[in-house]
Design a protein around this ligand. Structure first.
Ligand code: AMP
Length: 191
């Protein structure tokens, strides 16, 4: 099963994505995690993307597409995967469809998590204290929300048009949100 997670920064995508991956027994492909890892390891890719990450700007499409393309070729993705944080632009969405089609696959479900902007900001500020993420400062938080609204939110209409989209309220406890998510992918909640 191939699932795409869409949602603004701070909505809790990462936490929910990890849980859903366990339930569906598919790997979790978080482009944010992959890029942060590359930066931490100081690889050429990591050095190239560091500035984008720190400023809360999107890494260029061709760079992210190539990272995802290589990851999708790994054997553990044969049974499917959960894409968290990709695609984030229409160009990436198109590239993903082409990559999948080349292997005879397609997206099975797109889950959009939503939450009011004030709550997103307060969750990100809490995370900044907990995890010390360089891109969770007030300035970059605002930029990432703007980037989401301008470049990623338009994908919602694309996926709604082909009936792949399910919109899930990201408010409440993580368990409440997860119960809503599992209902959308046709799997009962475990544990
Ligand atoms: P995330 O952990 O998903 O919030 O991503 C953190 C940062 O990684 C973003 O603010 C971007 O700088 C970069 N990033 C992650 N995924 C993408 C993507 N699909 N396209 C461009 N940049 C991305």
């Amino acid at each position: 099963m191939i699932v795409v997670f869409l949602g603004p920064p701070g909505v809790g995508k990462g936490t929910q994505a990890r849980r859903l991956c366990q339930l569906l027994a598919v790997p979790h492909l978080s482009t944010g995690d992959m890029l942060r890892q590359a930066r931490g390891a100081g690889t050429p890719l990591g050095r190239h993307v560091a500035e984008f990450l720190d400023q809360g700007r999107l890494v260029p499409d061709e760079v992210v597409v190539s990272v995802v393309q290589q990851r999708l070729r790994q054997p553990d993705c044969r049974t499917g995967c959960l894409l968290d944080g990709f695609p984030r632009t229409l160009v990436q969405a198109q590239a993903l469809e082409e990559m999948l089609a080349a292997e005879g696959h397609c997206i099975d479900r797109v889950l959009e998590l939503t939450l009011a902007e004030e709550q997103l900001v307060s969750r990100m500020l809490q995370r900044a204290q907990r995890e010390n993420r360089a891109d969770d400062t007030p300035d970059t938080i605002q930029r990432r929300l703007d980037v989401y609204r301008e470049q990623t939110a338009p994908l919602v209409a694309r996926y709604a048009a082909n009936s792949l989209l399910r919109t899930v309220d990201g408010g409440g406890t993580p368990d409440e949100v997860f119960a809503r998510i599992t209902a959308c992918v046709g799997k009962g909640s475990v544990g």
